[in-house]
Design a protein around this ligand. Structure first.
Ligand SMILES: NC(=O)c1ccc[n+]([C@@H]2O[C@H](COP(=O)([O-])OP(=O)(O)OC[C@H]3O[C@@H](n4cnc5c(N)ncnc54)[C@H](O)[C@@H]3O)[C@@H](O)[C@H]2O)c1
Length: 258
C-alpha cells in the first residue's frame, strides 16, 4: 500500500483562500500538512473561510498580504521561515483574471494582470530562494500555470502571456538552482469548474462553447483533481520531478481540437 503522510510538514501557498486553493488546502491538510496561507483577504475573512472549509486552526497559519507588493511579501516569507525554519515546499498559486480583450483593456489593467500572474511569482521566488540558499534547504517551488499558456485563447491576452512566461521562468529556475538541490515545477490546470473562470463560463456563451469544444474529453476539470496533483507533487513520490509542467487538463494542452 502506498500512502502519503506529510506528518506536520509546513507548506506555504499564496492565493490560499481561492476556489481551487480550497481543494488543495483541504487535501494537503487531510494528508497531514500544516499550511501557511497567504492571501489578500483580511484575517477575519480568512477565519470565516477556513472555518467553512473545516480546517482546524492548529493546521494553518494565515498571513494577509498582497503578493504584488514585493516588500510586504518579503516580510511574510521572512516570518514564515522564523516560524518554520525547515519550510521546504512553497506553492505560488495566486493568480487569475476576468476576460480582458486587448482592444478594450487599458494599459494599466493589462499590466496589473501581468504583474499579478507573472512578476508577483518572481517576487515570491526571489524571497524564498534566498532563504533556501542561506539555509541550505533543498526546497521545492511549485507554480500554478494554466492551459492557456500553451493553447492561445481569445480575451485573456495578458493572462495567457503571463502564464507562458511563468512556465519558462520555472524551467529557467529549475536549471539554475538544480545544483543546490532545489526543484521548480508547475501544475497546469485546464479550465476548472471553480473560481473566476466559473463566473465567465456561466455568463458568456461564446466562452462556454470554446471551452467545451477545445477540451478533448468535452468537459472541464474538477478542483479536486487539481488538489490531488498538488498532493502528489508535494510528496516524496515526486522527488525526482524537476523543471516540469504537470498538466491536469484532460489533454486540452495538446490542442488537437483547436
Ligand atoms: N479557475 C480556473 O479555471 C483556472 C484554470 C487554470 C489555472 N488557474 C489558476 O489557478 C489559480 C487559482 O485560480 P482560482 O480560479 O481558484 O482563483 P480565485 O480567484 O478563486 O482565487 C484567487 C485567490 O487569490 C487571492 N488574491 C487576489 N489578489 C491577490 C493579491 N494581490 N495578493 C494575494 N492574494 C490575492 C484572492 O483573494 C483569492 O483568494 C490561479 O493561479 C489561476 O490562474 C485557474
Amino acid at each position: 500500500m502506498i500512502g502519503i503522510d506529510f506528518g506536520g510538514k509546513p507548506i506555504l501557498i499564496t492565493g490560499g483562500l481561492g476556489a481551487i486553493a480550497e481543494h488543495i488546502v483541504r487535501k494537503l491538510v487531510m494528508a497531514g500538512a500544516t499550511v501557511i496561507l497567504v492571501d489578500i483577504r483580511s484575517e477575519e475573512q480568512a477565519q470565516q473561510t477556513l472555518g467553512a472549509w473545516q480546517i482546524p486552526s492548529s493546521s494553518y497559519l494565515y498571513f494577509s498580504a498582497d503578493v504584488t507588493d514585493s516588500s510586504m511579501l518579503g516580510h511574510v516569507i521572512e516570518e514564515s521561515f522564523e516560524r518554520f525554519p525547515g519550510l521546504d515546499t512553497v506553492l505560488g498559486h495566486a493568480g487569475g483574471c476576468g476576460l480582458h480583450p486587448f482592444a478594450t483593456t487599458s494599459e494599466a489593467e493589462y499590466e496589473r494582470i501581468f504583474l499579478f500572474n507573472y512578476f508577483a511569482q518572481t517576487y515570491l521566488a526571489r524571497a524564498v530562494l534566498a532563504q533556501w540558499m542561506d539555509r541550505k534547504i533543498p526546497g521545492h517551488l511549485i507554480f500554478t500555470s494554466s492551459y492557456v499558456a500553451r493553447v492561445p485563447h481569445t480575451q485573456v491576452p495578458s493572462y495567457a502571456s503571463a502564464k507562458a512566461a511563468l512556465e519558462n521562468f520555472a524551467r529557467c529556475l529549475a536549471l539554475e538552482y538544480a545544483s543546490a538541490g532545489i526543484r521548480v515545477n508547475a501544475i497546469s490546470p485546464g479550465n476548472v469548474a471553480a473560481g473566476s473562470s466559473l463566473k465567465v463560463f456561466d455568463k458568456d456563451p461564446a466562452y462556454r462553447e470554446f471551452v467545451l469544444r477545445v477540451s478533448p474529453m468535452g468537459k472541464r476539470n474538477s478542483p479536486e483533481a487539481i488538489g490531488d496533483a498538488f498532493v502528489f507533487l508535494c510528496s516524496p513520490l515526486a522527488s525526482e520531478v524537476n523543471g516540469q509542467v504537470l498538466s491536469v487538463d484532460f489533454g486540452i494542452g495538446v490542442g488537437y481540437r483547436l
